[in-house]
Write a protein that binds this ligand. Structure first.
Ligand SMILES: Nc1ncnc2c1ncn2[C@@H]1O[C@H](COP(=O)(O)OP(=O)(O)O)[C@@H](O)[C@H]1O
Ligand SMILES: [Mg+2]
Length: 238
């Protein structure tokens, strides 16, 4: 049965989709059966981040509305046979309830080791819908003050969900700026937010290509942590 992990952040543009998709690739490269499920109905860009946007026939909204079976809504990644993507699809005509999404995901869960849920920014309905489908959470932030402030609000909300595990990923880290004291270090951010540090990702120039080619070192390390290879720090809010 799949581990369902939601990527959250509060602020938009901090790297949720990037983390979700890169992790998906890395876990699939290790032979895990991974589903990247896009619950960001507004943007629906996980398929683009994985380079499969032209392959999808159906999406999550189609599955919820009964236009296809949940399995048919999956797009298999041509490069990684054990990686599938479930695009969120267009904004539905009708409200898509968390229960309806959970039903679809639960029916797919036995076929996967991981279901990674990409969620929208903000702390409104879309956030709660995604969080209520998961059992574990990854909080993504950057070292910027506005992102950390939003992450703090989300961390507080995540505490209510009583996730089995919650971990922090600090994205867009620049060591030179941390060294000069211009930004907090990932460790300092982790203790400020009281969420255990799962990994750090530097600013990368060729991020998109590195992602699809699965070469990104930080994400390899992150996948290892999720698999418990170095089981430090993936716990609850302290
Ligand atoms: N580590 C990184 N290095 C360089 N660019 C990044 C990095 N992480 C994210 N980006 C870029 O920042 C933008 C926003 O990232 P995205 O993952 O879509 O954020 P979110 O899903 O939180 O809104 C994208 O264009 C993405 O390619
Ligand atoms: Mg996104």
């Amino acid at each position: 049965m799949a581990r369902k992990i939601v990527m959250t952040s509060g602020k938009g543009g901090v790297g949720k989709t990037t983390v979700c998709c890169n992790l998906g690739v890395q876990l699939a490269k290790r032979g895990c059966r991974v589903l990247v499920a896009d619950l960001d109905f507004g943007l629906n860009n996980a398929d683009v981040a994985l380079g499969v946007e032209n392959l999808a026939l159906y999406d999550l909204v189609d599955a919820v509305e009964g236009k296809c079976r949940p399995r048919q809504a999956l797009t298999r990644h041509p490069r990684y046979p054990t990686l599938s993507v479930l695009p969120s699809g267009r904004v539905a005509e009708h409200y898509v309830s968390p229960q309806a999404i959970r039903l679809v995901l639960d029916s797919l869960a036995p076929q996967f080791d991981f279901i990674l849920l990409d969620s929208p920014a903000g702390i409104e309905e879309g956030f709660h819908r995604a969080a209520s489908c998961a059992e574990e959470a990854v909080l993504v932030t950057t070292p910027h003050v506005s992102a950390m402030r939003d992450a703090d609000r989300v961390a507080g909300m995540l505490a209510h969900y009583r996730f089995g595990r919650t971990g922090l990923v600090v994205n867009l880290v620049r060591k030179d700026r941390t060294r000069r004291g211009e930004t907090l270090s990932p460790e300092e951010i982790s203790s400020l937010l009281r969420v255990p540090l799962l990994g750090t990702v530097p600013e990368e120039d060729r991020l998109y290509l590195n992602n699809i080619e699965g070469r990104s070192r930080p994400f390899k390390a992150l996948a290892g942590k999720l698999l418990g290879e170095e089981d430090r720090g993936f716990g609850g809010r302290r």
